[in-house]
Design a protein around this ligand. Sequence first.
Ligand SMILES: [Mg+2]
Length: 233
Amino acid sequence: MPDPIIDWSEVETVLLDMDGTLLDLYYDNHFWQQYLPEHYARLHSIDLAQARTLLSEKFQARQGELEFYCIEHWSRELELDILPLKSHVDEYVRYLPGALALLQMFGNRGIEKVLVTNAHRQTLSLKDELVGICKHVDAHYASHDFGLPKEAVDFWPALANAHYFDPAKTVLIDDNSAVLDAASHYKLAACVLPLRPDSSQPVRNASHRLPVHRDKKNTTRLLPIESLLDLLP
Ligand SMILES: [Mg+2]
């Protein structure tokens, strides 16, 4: 047997991202990059390429900010009701390979599971109704509750203030390297980066995605994985 990537007997708490970590990012990519531009093009009688360019410029301008994840912001900005549109493609909301087995393994070992998502609460509710994600975790937090995205260094002490965890015995799993970069300042035991958040896309290259520790005293281990299945003992 190869050595496990993480010795789970040393871990008390696991902080889990939702989209692209437990759930297939294909749904979100399909909605924002395909369904919404098509809908927007029809609505404004412009061609699809124009709609795509216009929307992607708006999205890029908000990347990493709380508004980027806020469906109320995009409903106002695009003068569209985003939530009912999202439910039009909800057949694509599904778990990534290994997600349920991993959650079960954590449960069997008594490791506390905390869902920590940048998704808007309404998006979390929509996904929870479809795949029952909240019943698989012990607690769930949306970054909107704190007024800060997970990419902000200050988010992590704010989360720890709301929900106790011992950083030295805590592992974070998140497909967003900017999030891992911010969280690693909080000296977690390990930050895990899944490299295939969208099942329709190939595995991402890890080399330029992993955050670099500029602080020499930062002891957080940074671990890229191709699949959640790699974390199972
Ligand atoms: Mg994610």
